[in-house]
Design a protein. Structure first.
Length: 117
């Protein structure tokens, strides 16, 4: 988890994400109930700050794909990606993301691999 000014527990994890319009495909660097950071790549160009985006997150395990909507808030240091603030207010999606994060952090703590997760 990243400490600091965050409102939600944030998990450093690469989760596949993709959208059709604009066409992007990539991985998150981190994920929380409130948003994620999508790394810049050949398949994922940066959208302007303030852009609205709808995309799917492929959460590993039994969580499958989740359709998420958000807005680009920043590009990180050196324009390394896009910080997305989720605008989706679906409590079911928020609950699934929270459950995934808690389960992942719990599994890491239980196997003494927490620092590497």
């Amino acid at each position: 988890m990243i400490a600091g000014r965050r409102n939600y527990q944030r998990l450093e994890i690469g989760v596949r994400c993709a959208s059709q319009d604009p066409l992007i495909s990539g991985f998150t660097r981190n994920l929380s109930v409130g948003g994620c950071f999508i790394e810049k790549s050949e398949e994922c160009t940066l959208l302007p700050i303030g852009s609205l985006i709808s995309f799917a997150l492929e959460i590993p395990g039994d969580y499958a794909y989740m359709e998420i909507a958000g807005v680009v808030r920043h590009h990180g240091k050196g324009e390394e990606g896009m910080g997305i603030c989720f605008t989706t207010t679906n409590p079911g999606i928020q609950s699934l993301i929270t459950q995934f994060i808690q389960n992942h952090l719990g599994a890491c703590r239980n196997t003494h691999l927490y620092e590497g997760c």
